[in-house]
Design a protein around this ligand. Structure first.
Ligand code: 5GP
Ligand code: ZN
Length: 132
């Protein structure tokens, strides 16, 4: 299968940004409550949760946003999607269909992105939530 996605972000593959908050969290320079990690993915609790369950899934490499992904990232993004469902249940989300969870990836200024290292929010648990 071939996907037509913009050929961006090659410069970032395999790299970290010393000024990036989430790169510092991956490196352990800033502490976090880790949910999961492997060679390429790091998952940790959001410091200001909007929902009873709220964690962030990030690649270990510095990719600034979802606007920077290309065909080389299909496997990485697919593995993150599969982990989202498994870890949502592990962290306390109720099962589908009564429970469930929400994924969100704010991208760029108009998308509301504040930290410029690609991240996917996973939120769930009984409502009401603080936002959304
Ligand atoms: P954005 O607005 O870029 O989509 O989301 C950034 C998220 O990172 C926010 O929900 C914010 O609470 C979270 N965040 C910011 N700084 C830290 C931190 O130092 N540690 C953790 N665990 N989360 C953070
Ligand atoms: Zn980074």
């Amino acid at each position: 299968m071939s996907l037509s996605l913009p050929p961006q972000a090659h410069d970032h593959l395999g790299h970290t940004d010393p000024n990036c908050l989430f790169c510092k969290i991956v490196a352990g320079k800033i502490p976090s409550k880790v949910v999961y990690q492997d060679d390429e993915i790091f998952i940790f609790h959001d410091i200001h949760p909007w929902a009873p369950v709220h964690f962030l899934m990030i690649p270990k490499v510095h990719i600034p946003s979802l606007a920077h992904v290309n065909e080389s990232h299909v496997g990485l993004l697919g593995r993150m999607m599969v982990l989202a469902s498994k870890l949502a249940l592990q962290e306390g989300c109720n099962p589908y269909p009564e429970g469930g969870f929400r994924l969100l990836s704010n991208t760029g200024a108009e998308g509301g992105q504040e930290v410029h290292h690609l991240h996917i929010h996973v939120m769930g648990g009984p409502r009401p939530w603080l936002k959304g």
